[in-house]
Design a protein around this ligand. Structure first.
Ligand SMILES: C[S@@+](CC[C@H](N)C(=O)[O-])C[C@H]1O[C@@H](n2cnc3c(N)ncnc32)[C@H](O)[C@@H]1O
Length: 349
């Protein structure tokens, strides 16, 4: 999100007008980039086509209209037009090609699909109990995913695209050497657990998530999971796997409101070894009023599943209600990842 607040008061009316029109037309950018990704145009270009008419023919599109899309995308740095009518994919544009490692094509498609449609229900979410997703699809997000395995698979893929770069930063920042049994709660397709086990192969590991995510993990979609025990269940109705001495909870708490978070943390607290640790892996909001992209993700999780982004102090308050306390926070080299470590009992007990 590159919209920053403008603290200047002497900005001219013409600039204000321009800025407002830019804000109001941001949707055009999301739609254009997402459609470029969904139609596989980056794939075709990565395969070597440069002439807009040839790219159009490969996808059954009208050359003049595709030309105009590519010309607009060149203003965003997705493609360049070195000679008229011929386009080249930039390193940024390559992130939309399914041929590129670490691509974000599924995310580009998702953010144009029901993740975009949800925003048309922002007013429902602001005024009522239902999330925007429920207003759109008639069921809470994770329940709906459980009934739509294909969508669950796509969502897991998007999680890998979005959160993948955080994984090496977490593994590099935290010393797992004193632990024997790591449990990933809401571990999705197992990408984090896979990286932890690659770095610390002597650990026993358990992955706990809903059946579809566990099925993806078993298929190896998040990477190898040697010797991992799988538990397919709902964290609200099933006790967390017992006896772990370190529990990972990455981007699960921000999906839920406070009461549900306390239930999840309390469940983990009841299962963990007395000297164990809980690692909440999130991008906390700044404790002061400095702005940041978390304010936008906060709205996205509010619309999707009634969740919220929190400051470290707000996480600490949840820990306290669940019989835990904040032990320390550990920054990582990834700007959107902090390790928020909790231990059992109240501080100093
Ligand atoms: C935002 S994703 C994060 C996945 C993974 N931890 C990561 O960081 O890539 C949230 C995960 O929590 C799981 N989840 C959500 N609600 C759950 C519940 N009630 N019980 C078990 N797992 C749940 C989802 O299936 C999903 O895999």
């Amino acid at each position: 999100m590159n919209i920053t607040s403008d603290k200047k008061t002497d900005i001219s009316p013409a600039l204000l007008h321009k800025k407002m029109l830019q804000l109001l037309s941001s949707l055009w950018v999301t739609r254009a980039v997402g459609t470029f990704a969904r139609l596989g145009l980056a794939d075709v270009m990565e395969d070597g086509l440069a002439d807009h008419a040839a790219i159009a023919a490969a996808r059954g599109l009208i050359p003049d209209r595709l030309y105009r899309l590519l010309r607009a995308l060149s203003t965003l740095g997705i493609v360049t037009e070195p000679t008229r009518g011929h386009f080249t994919l930039t390193p940024l544009g390559r992130l939309l090609s399914s041929h590129s490692p670490n691509n974000t094509r599924t995310t580009a498609i998702f953010l144009n699909d029901y993740f975009a449609d949800m925003w048309t229900h922002l007013d429902d979410a602001l005024a009522g109990e239902r999330t925007a997703f429920e207003a759109l699809k008639g069921a809470p997000f994770f329940e709906w995913l459980a009934r739509n395995p294909g969508e669950a698979r796509r969502f897991d893929r998007m999680m890998l695209e979005v959160h993948g770069p955080e994984t090496p930063a977490i593994v590099a920042a935290y010393d797992f050497s004193s632990f024997e049994h790591v449990v990933d709660v809401g571990g999705g397709n197992g990408s984090l657990l896979s990286a932890v086990l690659a770095a610390w192969p002597n650990l026993h590991a358990t992955l706990f998530d809903m059946p579809e995510a566990v099925a993806a993990a078993k298929r190896g979609e998040g990477g190898p999971l040697p010797g991992v025990r799988f538990v397919s269940a709902d964290v609200f109705t099933t006790p967390a796997p017992a006896g772990g001495d370190v529990y990972l909870i990455r981007h699960l708490l921000h999906d839920y409101e406070d009461g549900d978070c306390v239930r999840i943390l309390g469940n983990v607290r009841g299962a963990m070894q007395p000297q164990g640790r809980v690692l909440v892996l999130e991008a906390p909001l700044p404790s002061d009023d400095s702005p940041g992209p978390g304010r936008w993700l906060d709205l996205q999780v509010m619309l999707l599943c009634g969740g919220r982004e929190r400051t470290v102090e707000e996480y600490a308050a949840l820990f306290q209600k669940a019989g835990l306390h904040l032990a320390r926070t550990i920054p990582t080299k990834h700007p959107a990842m902090t390790i928020i470590e909790a231990a059992a009992g109240s501080r100093g007990s």
